[in-house]
Write a protein that binds this ligand. Sequence first.
Ligand SMILES: *[C@@H]1O[C@H](CO)[C@@H](O)[C@H](O)[C@H]1NC(C)=O
Ligand SMILES: *[C@@H]1O[C@H](CO)[C@@H](O)[C@H](O)[C@H]1NC(C)=O
Length: 290
Amino acid sequence: MLFQKMGLCWRALGLLCTVSLALCFNLEPLMHHAFPYPYQDQQGREAYFGFSVALQHSEEGGGANWVLVGAPRANSSLSGKQDIPEPGAVFSCSLAGDTCEELHVDANSDRKVVKDHGWLGGSLDTQPDFQSNRQATCVCAPLCKFRYRKKIYMNGACYIAKDSLSSATFVEELPLENRGKQRSSKAIPGTDRGETIYIYGYGQAGFSTHFPDDPTKLVVGAPGVYHWNGSAILFQDVMDVPDPGARKRREVPIEDEEDVPDPGARKRREVPIEDESVPDPGARKDGRCH
Ligand SMILES: *[C@@H]1O[C@H](CO)[C@@H](O)[C@H](O)[C@H]1NC(C)=O
Ligand SMILES: *[C@@H]1O[C@H](CO)[C@@H](O)[C@H](O)[C@H]1NC(C)=O
């Protein structure tokens, strides 16, 4: 009787295992497909092809799937970019074939944006919530610099496309571009000297990037903000602004990890810097329209 019961128990357990196996994410390693670095023949030093990856889908033309691959040290082959030393590149590789094509994500040629060694493709992500081609993509160049009047600071740049259609164009976002917030100085206690504090100066926005399930949000890591204490920047696609034609993307620097799960609250702590020249951290910067 006891064994009968145990047998039943084992069978139930076996069934449970089978069900959980069926629900598992079982990858078949032998069926993999490897994409070689497309610019191998003209390569100098290593380009780090594959440093970042993301899958993308479009329903256009009967449906297509591809993988976006970042090569943050690559030399670009695109016109207008061939003279820039190692700006980094992002490739779109078709899952139906072997072909990879370099994407022109940073087509804007703002001369204030210094792209050499900028690590374009150092991070990238696509929206998980795919709905009739509205799969946004974010590609970042965390070591991209911005030229201010006299100085150049490593603010980082991200490029965002709002859908996965072939006509999609990327819009440049420079969340840390702010002349007054690059650096500050702090008195060294007990001396008459001061110390430079880099607020946004080496912020490196785009070191990491993530689209959460909420289709109106995007989070970008900026480990160099507040003198390398680091920060995360939340982009919020504001759809309910009074003028329906002007959908603005707001940027909210987050100082505390706890603020990330509930960005709707947009709570921010004071910046712990004893310097009056630090602008009000509550002041939000409005981004471009999308
Ligand atoms: C990029 O081009 C420069 C100059 O030709 C070369 O020295 C460097 O190794 C190249 N880098 C890559 C990743 O191919
Ligand atoms: C960085 O963090 C330290 C330790 O919490 C703090 O003392 C310092 O003021 C912070 N620096 C900046 C620039 O926020």
